[in-house]
Design a protein around this ligand. Sequence first.
Ligand SMILES: [Zn+2]
Length: 168
Amino acid sequence: MDHLWAPWRMQYVTGEKAEGCVFCAAPGMPEDAGAHVLYRGEHNYVILNRFPYNSGHLMVVPYEHMRDFAALSPAQLAEMMDLAQAVIEAYKVCLRPEGVNLGMNLGQAAGAGIDDHVHLHLVPRWCGDTNFTTTVGDTRVVPQSLEDCAALVGSALREVMARRRAGA
Ligand SMILES: [Zn+2]
């Protein structure tokens, strides 16, 4: 589990980008730019990780550029957790994982690739996937294209959020 959100993957993300914060830029990018923003809430958005650990690796990210997790407002935090619950419900519908990792890497020493804009990772898990990862390292093959995954999880997530908003 040490390598779950390993910095070497996030370096790909930061390495391909121009200056500026990718998490600040992503919500404003056009749909066809490949940012894969799956859901936009009031305080946070949900985005597919472009270099996923597993199919369906998502992040819940506050719009506000903040380094300090403790500085998130109650409203930002509450919606972040609401979206995390909804993502897990959406996983159940479309990916049926056997488990889910939910977590944050706060600071570079903790493995954060982008440590000045807090974000919450959600990674669906299947039994045996860590063994596979250990073997192949960063050449891991994710058996689903990002586009397919974004479409699948995105539509499930929007359905879950619509139900939650309706109080169902
Ligand atoms: Zn930012």
